[in-house]
Design a protein around this ligand. Structure first.
Ligand code: ADP
Ligand code: ZN
Length: 363
């Protein structure tokens, strides 16, 4: 079992990565000396697809255990479902302070984390991510929240878990498209901060796709360590350090928004295109080499992802980009690659250049 420490003073915690990690849950709860009720928040797919993994663990808990099941959809990250969960918890636990365990992908993690951050002004929280994307990204770093019709994650908080248990055994039931969803974010870490890791991915991408457990474990550990290192220096995303994790996300988000968050593009599929577009912008600004951009395109392709967005209107992508909530009037900010393994923030990229690059990759 590998252990990665997220050093955040009194909010420090460990990420355990390895087969059997989830079986550590009873021991972890015992170590916490937590004797109150334990609430598992999960979604219906996770419950049925990963069914054999959980009941033996629950049987080992001496706590009262309840589960709250939400529909498997981004739509579950709503204020209505949040309220429903909190009311269910209050009723089930008769107001005893519970421990919340998020068992699922990013949707469940964000939602359950927000419940844990706010219910009775905060209760302890454990993350058990079951998708590759959640393992390498959303389950680390403490950003939790729910969506509003106006924008995603518009209501949220920082809530660090007590521990994160990452068990690659969950990934055997994950649909292939969900695996690639996570792989896009994994490639991001290579480009944004570690060239050696990018080279490793280049050589082993097929093994990730075939779910080689050893390779998956190494990749998850590497990403968790990179993210933990970044988060510890900028827990509350205020110092322009965490922003490097946004590489590929500016135009990636524009594609997701332009396709109305439909099934046409999931998050990773959009980020893959966004990373290539950011590389193209950097190339045209003469701060990035064509060879490196070709390597990115090649890895994206070998990961079973596309770098050209089809069937999404160019105009909608431009509009989504221009209306991004993160931009202040008239200016924009991009995380652009300098070389594979290193990125920097560049402001005020000429609009004609961004539009021209969107034109090239949105058909
Ligand atoms: P993410 O944001 O991490 O992609 P979601 O919470 O949107 O995750 O989950 C994506 C989909 O994968 C959901 O339908 C969810 O129910 C399903 N899912 C999550 N974990 C697993 C798993 N281990 N095996 C099969 N399906 C899973
Ligand atoms: Zn992302």
């Amino acid at each position: 079992m590998k252990k990665i420490r997220v050093s955040l003073g009194e909010r420090s915690y460990s990420i355990l990565v390895g087969r059997g990690a989830v079986a550590r849950l009873p021991g972890v709860i015992k170590e916490m000396k937590f004797t109150g009720p334990v609430i598992f928040i999960t979604d219906r797919n996770v419950l049925t697809r990963t069914a054999p993994l959980i009941p033996p663990i629950v049987r080992k808990l001496s706590n009262e255990v309840y589960r709250v099941i939400v529909p498997p959809s981004e739509l579950s990250k709503s204020v209505a479902i949040y309220q429903d969960i909190v009311q269910k918890i209050a009723k089930k636990t008769r107001m005893h302070r519970p421990l919340i365990v998020a068992l699922g992908g990013g949707v469940v993690g964000d939602l359950a984390g927000f419940v844990a951050a706010t219910y009775r002004r905060g209760v302890p929280f454990i993350q058990v991510p079951t998708t590759l994307l959640a393992m390498v990204d959303s389950a680390i770093g403490g950003k939790v929240g729910v969506d509003l019709p106006e924008a995603k994650n518009l209501i949220g908080a920082f809530k660090q878990p007590r521990v994160v248990l990452m068990d690659p055994d969950f990934l055997s039931t994950l649909p292939a498209r969900q695996l690639r969803n996570g792989l896009a974010e994994i490639i991001k870490y290579g480009i944004a901060s570690n060239r050696t890791f990018f080279d490793y991915l280049d050589a082993n991408v097929k093994k990730v796709l075939s779910r080689d457990k050893k390779v998956l474990e190494k990749v998850i550990c590497e990403c968790a360590a990179i993210k933990a290192g970044i988060v510890k220096d900028d827990e509350f995303d205020q110092k322009d350090i965490r922003i490097v994790l946004n590489f590929g996300h500016t135009l990636g988000h524009a594609i997701e928004a332009a396709s109305k968050y439909s099934d046409d593009f999931n998050h990773g599929e959009s980020v893959a295109i966004g990373m290539v577009m950011a590389g193209e912008i950097a190339l045209r600004l003469e701060m990035f080499k064509a060879d490196d951009l070709d390597r990115i395109k090649c890895l994206v392709r070998n990961a079973g992802l596309r770098f050209v967005a089809r069937n999404v209107p160019f105009k909608e992508v431009v509009n989504a980009f221009l209306h991004d909530k993160k931009f202040t009037a008239g200016s924009n900010r991009f995380v652009l690659p300098v070389r594979i393994g290193s990125v920097k923030v560049v402001e005020n990229i000429p609009e004609f250049l961004v539009k021209s690059v969107i034109r090239q990759y949105v058909k």
